[in-house]
Design a protein around this ligand. Structure first.
Ligand code: BG6
Length: 433
C-alpha cells in the first residue's frame, strides 16, 4: 500500500488555520486521508492536539487527525536542519511525500531550495506552493527558476485555488458538454466578456501583505486570469482534463500585452487609516481591459475587475451575447460563488391578456443538499492522486505577468493619489471615479 506523508510548513499559520486544516477534516470524514501521516513543520514546539482541537473543534475526525499528526520543529534558515528533516520523514521510495509550503512567498522559495539541497526532491516528492508566485515578471521568473533547479515541473504544484473551485471546473463541463454553449462560443455570438471577483471584506488585518501586494497582484493576476483562460480556451472534446494546462496557456498566450490606459485602480476610503500609511498608493480595486488575438475572439472586449470593501460578494464570468435588436436579453452568467450555478436572462411574455414582456432568469443551481467540496479539499486530493490539471504551470504564471507588467510599470512611475471610494460602493460607482 502506498503511504502518503503530508509535510506541512506553516501549520500554525493563518492560511493553514483558515483553509488547510478544515479541508483535512473533511477529507478525513470522506476517507481520503487513509494511510496518510501528517508532519507539521514549525519553528517552535507546538501542542498539536491543542492546535487541531482549537481550529477544528472536538470531533471523531479531529481526533483521527490528531492521531495522524506529529510536529517536527526546526530552524528553517539552517541548511543542515533539512537533512535532519529528511531522516525524520524516513520516506521509502514508494511513499508519496507531499510538501505543502503554507508560508510567505519569499520563504517558500528558500525552503524549496534547502529541501532540494538536502535531497528531499526524489521523484516521489510533490511540492505544493501557494500564490503569489513572484510580485512581477522578473521576480516570478526568478522564483520559478530557483525552484526548477531542484524540482522537475511535474513535481511542482502551484496552487491557484480558483481553478479548483467547483464552478470553475464546471465552466469546462458546461462549455464542452452542451451544444447550446459550444455553438455560440466565439465573437460571432459573444459581444463582450467580463470576469469579476467582488468582495465586501477589506484586507482583514493583512496589513504588510496587502501593502506590498494590492488587488492586481493579489487576485487579478492569478485568479481572474485563470478564470478568463477557462472561458477563452479551446475545450478538449474528449474531456481529457490533462490537456487543460496547455489549453489555458494557449489562451493566455493569445492575449495582447495589456495597455496601461485600459487599467483603472482605486482605494477604499478607510484603507490608509487601516494600514497606517497616509499617501499609500496600493490599490484595493482594479479593473483591466484586455484583448485576445485568437481568431475567434478578435474584437471582443474583455474586462477583469476585482476589489475589496464593495457592496457585494460575488465572483462571476459574465458573457454578453450579441443582440439582433435592442430589446433582446443577452446575458449568460457563470456564478462561481456564492450560489454556485449558471444563470441566463430570458426575455419572455408576461402572463396576462396584454402582450407585455419581462426578463426572467433561467437558472441552474446545485441541488440544495449538494455538499460542494471546498477548493482546498480538491487541491489536496489532487496532490495525493498526482493530478496536476487544476494547478498552474510555471509558463502560465509567467505569461500572465507578461500580459500585465506594463500596467505595473506604469503605476510605478505614477505618484498621483488614487481615486478613493466609500466602503460599500458598487463597482460601477468606483469605475466612474
Ligand atoms: C486570496 C486573496 O487568494 O483569495 C484574498 O489573497 C482573497 O485577498 C481570497 O480574499 C478570495 O478567495 P475566496 O475563495 O474567498 O473567493
Amino acid at each position: 500500500m502506498v503511504r502518503t506523508k503530508l509535510v506541512i510548513f506553516g501549520i500554525t499559520g493563518d492560511l493553514s488555520r483558515r483553509k488547510l486544516l478544515p479541508a483535512l477534516k473533511r477529507l478525513q470524514a470522506t476517507g481520503n486521508l487513509d494511510d496518510t501521516e501528517i508532519i507539521g513543520v514549525s519553528r517552535r514546539q507546538v501542542n498539536v492536539s491543542k492546535l487541531l482541537r482549537e481550529v477544528l473543534g472536538d470531533s471523531p475526525e479531529t481526533m483521527e487527525i490528531v492521531r495522524k499528526t506529529r510536529v517536527f520543529s526546526m530552524d528553517l534558515a539552517q541548511a543542515e536542519e533539512y537533512r535532519r528533516l529528511k531522516v525524520d520523514i524516513a520516506a521509502q521510495l514508494d511513499d508519496r511525500v507531499i510538501i505543502y509550503l503554507s508560508v510567505p512567498p519569499r520563504s517558500s522559495v528558500q525552503i524549496a531550495e534547502f529541501l532540494g539541497l538536502a535531497g528531499v526532491n526524489t521523484p516521489n516528492v510533490r511540492l505544493l506552493v501557494e500564490k503569489p508566485f513572484g510580485v512581477d515578471l522578473v521576480s516570478a521568473l526568478e522564483a520559478i527558476t530557483r525552484i526548477d533547479t531542484h524540482y522537475a515541473e511535474l513535481q511542482v504544484y502551484r496552487i491557484d485555488h480558483y481553478l479548483a473551485k467547483e464552478m470553475a471546473q464546471n465552466i469546462v463541463a458546461f462549455r464542452g458538454g452542451n451544444a447550446l454553449f459550444s455553438a455560440i462560443w466565439d465573437g460571432t455570438s459573444i459581444e463582450k466578456i467580463e470576469v469579476v471577483a467582488l468582495e465586501t471584506i477589506g484586507i482583514e488585518g493583512r496589513v504588510d501583505f496587502y501593502e506590498q501586494t494590492g488587488a492586481l497582484r493579489d487576485v487579478l493576476q492569478g485568479h481572474l486570469m485563470q478564470l478568463l483562460a477557462l472561458t477563452l480556451m479551446d475545450i478538449p472534446t474528449d474531456f481529457n482534463w490533462d490537456t487543460l494546462p496547455a489549453l489555458r496557456l494557449q489562451a493566455l498566450q493569445q492575449l495582447q500585452i495589456a495597455s496601461p490606459a485600459q487599467a483603472h485602480r482605486a482605494q477604499y476610503d478607510s484603507y490608509q487609516t487601516e494600514v497606517q500609511k497616509s499617501g499609500s498608493l496600493t490599490e484595493t480595486f482594479v479593473s483591466v481591459g484586455l484583448v485576445s488575438d485568437a481568431p475567434q475572439w478578435r474584437g471582443v472586449p474583455i474586462r477583469l475587475t476585482t476589489g475589496k470593501a464593495l457592496d457585494a460578494k460575488t465572483t462571476e464570468v459574465r458573457i454578453h451575447l450579441r443582440k439582433r435588436h435592442e430589446a433582446q436579453s443577452n446575458l449568460l452568467v457563470f456564478r462561481i460563488q456564492p450560489n454556485e450555478g449558471i444563470e441566463i436572462d430570458v426575455f419572455s411574455k408576461k402572463p396576462g391578456y396584454d402582450q407585455e414582456f419581462e426578463v426572467q432568469k433561467l437558472q441552474y443551481s446545485y441541488p440544495t443538499d449538494t455538499q460542494l467540496p471546498d477548493a482546498y479539499e480538491q487541491v489536496i486530493v489532487d496532490a495525493i492522486r498526482g493530478k496536476k490539471n487544476l494547478f498552474t504551470e510555471g509558463k502560465e504564471v509567467i505569461r500572465s505577468w507578461q500580459v500585465l507588467q506594463p500596467i505595473l510599470d506604469h503605476w510605478e512611475m505614477d505618484d498621483q493619489p488614487l481615486p478613493i471610494y466609500a466602503v460599500g460602493s458598487s463597482p460601477d460607482t468606483v469605475l466612474q471615479k
